[in-house]
Design a protein around this ligand. Sequence first.
Ligand SMILES: O=P(O)(O)OC[C@@H](O)[C@@H](O)c1c[nH]c2ccccc12
Length: 268
Amino acid sequence: MNLIDAAFEQLRNKGETALIPFLTIGDPDLATSVEIIQALEEAGADMIELGVPYSDPLADGPVIQRASERALKNKVSIVDCIQVAESARQAGVKLPFILFTYYNPVLQFGLKPFFAHIVEKGISGLIIPDLPIEEDAEVRQLAESADIHLIPLVAPTSNDRVTRIASNARGFVYCVSSLGVTGVRTDFHQGIEDFLSTVRKATNTPIAVGFGISSREHVERFAGQCDGVIVGSAIVRKIEEVLPLLLSESTKPEGLAQIRTFVSGLKG
Ligand SMILES: O=P(O)(O)OC[C@@H](O)[C@@H](O)c1c[nH]c2ccccc12
């Protein structure tokens, strides 16, 4: 069974909502990313989006753009990010890993070798934000035969595409809470609740909401309507805040502890 499906089944049995952090891999470096992933698991994360840094992150707000720039200074590649998943597994992390990448690095890798590689390295899910359903047939077919869940995104503006996208989704449906780019928000798209119930009606696959979630209140607001919440910028911003601590071995434990404290506050 795919680890994502197993995680949602366990959470459903416990009546809990999945907490799904996103982090940019290689920010500040690959080894620290492994330690941050361990801290996220200790803090109660249920699965993790491993963000591949990209030079042209169209859908990203300033926080994640800065994180990508820091990682790209170390020339972090998609191969490095996949290797971080294996290293985290070897370090004892049990969480399902979702590789989050724009399409270009996958194309550069080559579709078939890419899927063979991520299966071998223990990736369970894949999110490619700039690959629309209209163009994803080949990727979807390769993902399904590799039992990797290609997780689609739906937005409040998706309208009649919601049913088409959600009805054959695997893993979970990523419901984008607001229009625009990623980043912490104080409010969400008007009618977000109606949007989420539309997606819920369109599929039996779990649904998770992301964009702008940064507090326990936000998590509680969506917990009743969704099976999971995704938190990226708020966590990446915390990593940015504690970077000076993470960059020195003597203060790194304190930096990791502050990340753990912030994320466990979200899980509640
Ligand atoms: O950062 P936020 O507002 O918490 O949203 C999650 C988001 O970071 C993560 O899922 C993500 C990072 N880059 C993206 C690009 C498109 C869609 C989603 C994403």
